[in-house]
Design a binder for this molecule. Structure first.
Ligand code: G6P
Length: 491
C-alpha cells in the first residue's frame, strides 16, 4: 500500500470479521482467525495503518466475547496501535433473517443462479418481514460506521464495505455522515439482468440504490461489473457510461472498477513449507502410492458443483478403464452454512455420490476417492503441492482462489481444469483446460486431457498460471480500490 494511505483511517465493514470465537469444553472462549476468501483478502489491510473493522457477532461465543470487552472493541491482530474490531451484537432473530435468509438464501442464490425456478424462489409475507430485518441489520452497520467516522471535521475517512450482506450500507452511511468516501466491493458474481429481476421489484431497486450510495463499486471481473451496469440501467434507469466506467444516479456519480484478487505467493509458499503441511504430504503420498492425483478443495457449497465433479470422475473411470488402479481423487469439502437445509442436503448428496464411487470401483488394493469433510488447511496445502491435476468446476464463482493457490504451490506443475464460469477464468483461461461446468462428459474429457498432458507442457503452463495468480496479491488489490476511491469525481 502506498504512502497515500499512511496515517489515514480506514473503516472496513463485513459480515464475517477477522476474528471469531469458539467455546472450549471447559467453557473458556478461544479466538480464531475468521475464515473465507473475503477475510483472507482483507487481512492485508490490518498492517497498513489505522483500521476500524466493523463486523457482526456470528455466534453465542462471539456475543459473549463482546459482552466482556470494553466498549465492545476487540484487538485487531497485527493492526496498528489504534486499530480495532467492532463486533455488532445484532439481535439473533434479525441477524438470522438478514444473514441466513436474505443474504445467503436469496442474494447469494440470485448471483450464483442457484434456484430451481419451477419451485423457488417464493417471495411471500415471510420475505417482506425478512427484508425488513436485512434493512435493520444494514442500518446497524451504517450507524456503527458513522459513529466510528466521527465528526466531519476529523479528517478524511475512507470506508470499504464488503459484499452482498451489506448492499444498503453505502446509501445509509452517506446520508448519516456526508463526506465519508465509500467503496463497496462484491466478492460474488453479479447476476444477468433477467435473473436479477427474480427479486421483488422494490428489493431489486433498493439493493442497487443502496450500492450507488458509494463513490466506487468494485468487482472481481469485468463480466460481473458489466452485469451490474446492466442491472442499474434496466432496473433503475440509471445513466451508465461504459467507456468511463461510471454510473450517474440521483445526482451522484459512482465509479465502477474491476479489481481481481490474487494470492500472496511468498506468504503462501512459506506457510506450505511448514512441518504440519509436510506431515500431511507424507500421509497423502503414501495413500496415493505413486498414482496420479486429482485434487479438489472447496467449501461444501452449492455453487462449487462438487457432485458433477464427482460424476465426471466416475465417467472418466468408465470411459478410460486404464485409469482404474492408477489414479486417485482427493476431495476436500469443508463444512459451510450448515444452518441452511439446502446446504445440509447438498453435503449429504456429496457424501452419497462419493460412497457410490467407492462401492462401484474400489478394489482391495486401490482407493479411487478420498473424501474429507472437515476443515483442514494444512491438508489442502499438502494436496495443492502434490496434485497432478486440480479440478475447479464451479457453476458460478466470483473469483475462486483455489484455482490460484494450487498452481502457486504445485511441486511438479499441475494441470488446471477450470470452469469458464469462475471469475478466475479471465486471468487463467489461456493456460487452464476450460470446461462448461454443467457438461459432465466434457469435464471427464478435460480430466483425461489433463492426466495425459506431457510433463513439460504441464509444468510450463503451471508456471504461467502461478505468475498470473500472484500478479495482484491482496495488498495490491486493496490499494487499487483505495486509489480508485481517491480519484477526483469525474463529471
Ligand atoms: C464467500 C463470500 C464471503 C464469505 C464466504 C464464506 O466467499 O463472498 O463474503 O465470507 O463466502 O461464507 P460465510 O457465509 O461462511 O461467511
Amino acid at each position: 500500500m502506498g504512502e497515500s494511505t499512511a496515517g489515514r483511517r480506514i473503516l472496513v465493514a463485513s459480515n464475517r470479521g477477522p476474528v471469531s470465537f469458539t467455546r472450549r469444553d471447559n467453557g473458556e472462549l478461544e479466538a480464531r482467525r475468521g475464515g473465507g476468501g473475503l477475510v483472507s483478502g482483507l487481512s492485508s489491510v490490518t498492517s497498513q495503518g489505522s483500521v476500524h473493522w466493523v463486523c457482526a457477532a456470528l455466534s453465542e461465543a462471539d456475543r459473549a466475547a463482546i459482552a466482556r470487552s470494553p466498549g465492545g472493541l476487540l484487538d485487531l491482530q497485527g493492526g496498528a496501535p489504534d486499530s480495532a474490531v467492532q463486533m455488532l451484537d445484532i439481535p439473533v432473530t434479525i441477524f438470522d433473517r438478514a444473514y441466513n435468509t436474505v443474504a445467503n438464501s436469496v442474494l447469494w442464490f440470485v448471483h450464483h443462479m442457484l434456484y430451481d425456478t419451477p419451485n423457488r424462489p417464493v417471495f411471500g409475507f415471510g420475505f417482506r418481514r425478512d427484508w425488513d430485518a436485512y434493512r435493520e441489520y444494514n442500518a446497524a452497520f451504517a450507524r456503527a460506521l458513522a459513529a466510528a467516522a466521527g465528526d466531519p471535521g476529523s479528517g478524511p475517512i475512507r470506508t470499504v464495505v464488503q459484499d452482498y450482506h451489506l448492499t444498503l450500507v453505502p446509501r445509509m452511511l452517506a446520508e448519516l455522515r456526508p463526506g465519508v468516501k465509500i467503496a463497496h466491493f462484491s466478492h460474488t458474481p453479479w447476476a444477468p439482468v433477467d435473473y436479477y429481476r427474480l427479486l421483488p421489484d422494490h428489493v431489486a431497486r433498493e439493493v442497487l440504490d443502496g450500492m450507488l450510495g458509494a463513490d466506487h463499486v468494485g468487482f472481481l471481473s469485468q463480466r460481473w461489473a458489466d452485469a451490474f451496469c446492466d442491472s442499474c440501467e434496466a432496473v433503475l434507469g440509471a445513466a451508465v457510461d461504459r467507456d468511463a466506467q461510471r454510473i450517474s444516479y440521483r445526482g451522484k456519480l459512482t465509479g465502477v472498477g474491476v479489481h481481481p484478487l490474487g494470492v500472496d505467493a511468498g506468504e503462501l509458499t512459506s506457510r506450505a513449507a511448514e512441518p504440519d503441511v509436510r506431515a500431511k504430504m507424507a500421509t497423502l503420498a503414501e495413500l496415493a502410492g505413486g498414482r496420479k492425483l486429482i485434487v479438489r478443495v472447496d467449501r461444501t457449497e452449492l455453487s462449487k458443483n462438487i457432485v458433477r465433479g464427482l460424476a465426471a470422475y466416475r465417467e472418466l473411470l468408465i470411459t478410460h478403464p486404464e485409469w482404474r488402479g492408477n489414479v486417485m481423487m482427493l476431495a476436500l469439502a469443508y463444512p459451510s452454512r450448515h444452518d441452511l437445509a439446502e446446504y445440509r442436503d447438498y453435503a449429504a448428496q456429496v457424501e452419497r455420490t462419493a460412497r457410490e464411487i467407492e462401492d462401484e470401483f474400489a478394489t482391495p488394493g486401490w482407493t479411487p476417492l478420498v473424501m474429507r469433510a472437515s476443515d483442514d488447511y494444512p491438508g489442502s496445502l499438502a494436496g495443492y503441492r502434490l496434485a497432478d491435476v486440480l479440478l475447479v468446476n464451479p457453476i458460478r464463482d466470483g473469483m475462486n482462489l483455489v484455482a490460484k493457490e494450487g498452481p502457486v504451490l504445485s511441486d511438479r506443475g499441475c494441470a488446471l481444469v477450470l470452469s469458464r464460469e469462475a471469475g478466475a477464468a479471465a486471468e487463467l483461461g489461456d493456460d487452464a483446460i476450460m470446461i462448461n461446468p454443467f457438461d459432465v462428459t466434457g469435464t471427464a474429457a478435460a480430466l483425461q486431457e489433463a492426466l495425459t498432458m506431457p510433463q513439460d507442457e504441464r509444468a510450463a503452463r503451471c508456471r504461467s498460471l502461478a505468475r498470473a495468480a500472484a500478479a495482484v496479491p491482496p495488498a495490491l488489490w486493496f490499494a487499487s480500490q483505495l486509489a480508485a476511491l481517491d480519484e477526483p469525481p469525474r463529471g
